[in-house]
Design a protein around this ligand. Structure first.
Ligand SMILES: NC(=O)c1ccc[n+]([C@@H]2O[C@H](COP(=O)([O-])OP(=O)(O)OC[C@H]3O[C@@H](n4cnc5c(N)ncnc54)[C@H](OP(=O)(O)O)[C@@H]3O)[C@@H](O)[C@H]2O)c1
Length: 336
């Protein structure tokens, strides 16, 4: 079945993403692809939650437990997954000739680990959110993937492709002259900052992040007009700084790219009436955003950051190809 519903163990009748448990038998059915997994990229909000829950030393054990229990890397608290890179081992008969890849190709999956059957044998190494493993995964006919580019280090591509939906969203939302605020200066925050600069041209790009390290890094890229440090869980602190930077005008577009919970209000207070807020963060709560905006009488457009848009993988990899400073930072942080 195209969407992989035949792999759902429980509850019956739902799609794999919504399922509690998937059949992770590492054998491709006729309409599936079997991947020998090299590295998992755990979603940042999920990784942070696991680290906060069990500490650095408990991460491997917790990930093994989740995958054993659910047949997929679907964090039960954040409900998010991540993606992976690996090599095609088998292509089901009915897909032969239908997909643009062959056995042996190295690919990155562009669908979430929350819907990808995963048989995890061993965790070999943890470097940030990137986890080298012995594992097999299954892709369905509907599961999108990208062949790993030859000109970009695989781990760098993995980091960028994990957040491939982010920069294209900025491309769609930001117009020339807009004042744009990016909350968070990690993988997605850096890519969004580049894209915001490109789209707003002479408008303002403001980035807010937490640590000195990430603030220094984003400043050094040279794409933001203002970078300031604040805690995104403290909306009053953020509002105070945004009012100063924008002389009370606030922002046309706000992109939330942090990996922590309780940052909805900082995004909402920073937007103008009629402004647009995109919640790319997986730690976003619909209720907190909807009721929070209502509670302060803020008439804003709020969007869920869709992880997919047409051509998003190439769009994002092209940003790294275009921007030498960004490529350098990505190589340093995520490369081999
Ligand atoms: N919508 C989708 O399809 C999709 C896909 C992938 C990822 N995501 C989500 O997108 C978000 C960002 O992912 P990422 O991979 O770019 O994350 P990342 O590289 O880990 O970066 C997270 C950033 O958030 C900042 N931050 C964390 N807590 C903060 C706080 N309290 N105040 C201010 N800044 C704070 C961090 O600052 P420091 O480094 O200084 O601590 C860092 O700059 C995550 O929530 C992730 O789950 C969504």
């Amino acid at each position: 079945m195209k969407y992989g519903c035949h792999r759902v163990i429980k509850p019956k009748g739902v799609f794999p993403q919504a399922a509690y448990k998937l059949d992770n038998t590492p054998k491709a059915y006729d309409d599936e692809i079997l991947i020998q997994v090299e590295t998992l990229n755990i979603d940042s909000a999920s990784f942070k939650q696991i680290k906060d829950e069990v500490g650095e030393k408990g991460i491997a054990k917790r990930i093994m437990e989740i995958v054993e229990e659910r047949g997929k890397m679907h964090n039960p608290v954040t409900n998010s997954g991540g993606m992976l890179i690996g090599k095609i081992k088998e292509i089901g008969k009915s897909l032969e000739g239908k997909i643009d890849a062959k056995v042996g190709d190295r690919i990155a999956t562009l669908v979430s680990l929350t819907l990808t059957p995963l048989k995890l044998y061993r965790i070999k190494k943890i470097k940030g959110e990137q986890i080298d493993v012995d594992a097999y995964a299954i892709l369905f006919e509907s599961s999108i993937f990208a062949k790993l580019p030859e000109d970009i280090d695989a781990k760098v591509a993995l980091a960028a492709l994990d957040v491939a939906g982010a920069a294209p969203l900025v491309g769609k939302l930001v117009k020339e002259g807009d004042t744009v605020l990016i909350l968070g200066a990690g993988k997605s925050g850096m890519l969004c900052t580049y894209e915001a600069r490109k789209r707003t041209k002479n408008g303002k790009v403001i980035v807010m992040t937490r640590s000195k390290k990430s603030a220094g890094r984003i400043k050094s890229l040279g794409y933001a007009d203002y970078v300031f440090r604040a805690d995104a869980t403290n909306p009053l602190e953020v509002l105070d700084k945004i009012e100063k930077v924008t002389k009370g005008e606030l922002c046309d577009v706000v992109i939330n790219a942090v990996n922590a919970s309780n940052t909805e209000m900082a995004s909402i207070v920073s937007a103008k009436d009629g402004g647009k807020i995109c919640f790319f963060s997986m730690a976003t709560s619909f209720q907190k955003a909807a009721l929070g905006a209502e509670g302060i009488g803020k008439d804003v457009y709020m969007l869920i950051g869709n992880g997919y848009s047409k051509g998003h993988a190439e769009y994002t990899l092209n940003i790294l190809r275009e921007s030498k400073p960004l490529m350098k930072v990505f190589k340093k942080l995520y490369g081999n």
